[in-house]
Design a protein around this ligand. Structure first.
Ligand code: CTP
Length: 409
């Protein structure tokens, strides 16, 4: 993936790059270079610790600007450099460690980076880099949650080698400079209203297939991916119907929500809502089978073994695909092996425009997580892997792709 194409100087977004103190700071000049190649105007803050890893000269050369530090901040008269720097279209923290996250989550202001963050009005993108055990510590995750609740965005960390020699591989490696530049510029652009006048139907969450009044077959889908798609589509002006299985999530602003339990209920709700839809996104984890007979009373236990007869549920995406019309259809598939091949087969069989493939075995993505790492797969087998992103960012990219396929209004 590469950063967006160059923009005219008048539209050039103002990007504040804050370099935090991890060994990944050495990648900051490359990220700055990518941003400038894509036409951004950059400004740089480096923490004291960052300057242990990367020199001010390499940052100022790559960013074509002065490098603001705690020293320049304290020397400034009046001491308001943080307010000037905060006037940007987007701020990105490159190589963010646990301490920078903690300070921001607490709203502290004793250093230039933290003080500036309190005044930034535009979007804030964190690009963390740290040891996997540190990243997964509940204290760090609580800080990440808190920052997300302020509307901050996260890119990574990704799987791979991290830290200095010997620390090994895991979920701690910082995202690559080209992905940092692309994601930063994406946030700098105002959200387009490119789905205004479009009807979007999104299915989300698990289904519950009852065996009797108190027992059911289900799966751990949280619904987060579908809710993110619904929220993003509404923010881009679409008329959105979200059809959700049981999910502990608030209804996104401006979204019409229909709650269902079983695959049969989901089927009829989706088919009805999809009648005049422009785009249908099936993120729901639909149970493939349901009980042949649902007992009306709770069944007491019997012998040592028990056999339950199941019958196949309708394939909702395939049903929509069989009568596709002008609708754009998007599915999701979770595969443990031969992912691209299997997802392409599903796109073909179900007549979907594309399928977003993910792997349940990948830590921190898929069920219940806030991030997802997906590969877009088309029926002809062509595919593109996206970096690990927040589910909201996956949703935005999904909508970018789907929007490009919509027939003109
Ligand atoms: N899907 C659907 N109706 C079903 C099953 C799946 O609409 N009864 C949709 C899902 O919402 C998803 C896509 O089809 O968008 C692929 O789901 P998946 O469970 O991977 O497909 P299956 O056809 O059930 O594949 P498998 O044979 O691997 O179970």
């Amino acid at each position: 993936m590469s950063a967006s194409s160059p923009v005219s100087p008048a539209d050039a977004p103002k990007v504040l790059v804050m370099v935090s103190g991890s060994v990944a700071a050495i990648k900051a000049p490359a990220a700055l270079r990518r941003l400038r190649e894509a036409g951004a105007r950059t400004q740089v803050i480096a923490t004291r610790a960052a300057l242990e890893f990367v020199t001010p000269l390499s940052l100022s050369t790559a960013g074509a600007c002065e490098v603001a530090t705690d020293t320049t901040w304290f020397a400034a008269q009046p001491q308001a450099q943080h307010l000037t720097l905060a006037r940007c279209d987007v701020a990105v923290i490159v190589g963010a460690g646990a301490d920078a996250l903690a300070r921001a989550a607490q709203g502290r202001a004793e250093d230039l980076l933290s003080a500036t963050l309190l005044s930034v009005r535009g979007p804030v993108l964190w690009v963390p880099a740290m040891n996997e055990r540190m990243w997964q510590h509940p204290a760090v995750q609580a800080n990440v949650e808190r920052l997300r609740s302020f509307g901050h965005h996260f890119l990574g960390p990704v799987f791979g080698a991290f830290g200095t020699a010997g620390e090994g591989e895991g979920l701690g490696r910082m995202a690559e400079p080209e992905d940092i530049a692309a994601e930063t510029l994406r946030l700098a652009r105002p959200r387009p209203q490119d789905l205004a006048g479009r009807k979007v139907v999104v299915s989300a969450g698990p289904t519950r297939e009852y065996l009797d009044p108190v027992r059911y077959i289900s799966n751990p889908s949280s619904g987060k991916m579908g809710f993110a798609v619904a929220e993003a589509a509404a923010a881009r002006g679409a008329d959105v119907t979200l059809i959700s299985g049981p999910a502990q999530l608030p209804t996104p602003a401006g979204v019409r929500r229909v709650d269902i339990q079983s695959a049969l209920e989901l089927h009829s709700a989706v088919v009805q809502a999809a009648q005049d839809a422009d785009l249908v996104v099936m993120t729901a984890a639909v149970a493939d089978y349901r009980a042949a007979e649902v007992k009306t009373e709770k069944e007491a236990k019997g012998g040592e073994t028990k056999t339950i007869e199941l019958v196949k549920n309708p394939d909702i995406l395939a049903a929509l695909g069989a009568d596709k019309g002008r609708r754009v259809l998007v599915g999701f598939a979770m595969e443990t092996h031969a992912g691209v091949e299997r997802a392409a087969g599903k796109a073909q069989r179900k007549n979907a425009d594309f399928i977003l493939l993910n792997y349940p075995t990948q830590e921190g993505t898929a069920f219940g997580g806030d991030d997802n790492q997906v590969t877009l797969v088309r029926a002809d087998g062509s595919h593109e892997a996206w970096p690990r992103l927040s589910k909201r960012e996956v949703a935005e990219r999904l909508l970018d792709q789907a929007q490009a396929l919509l027939p003109a209004n």
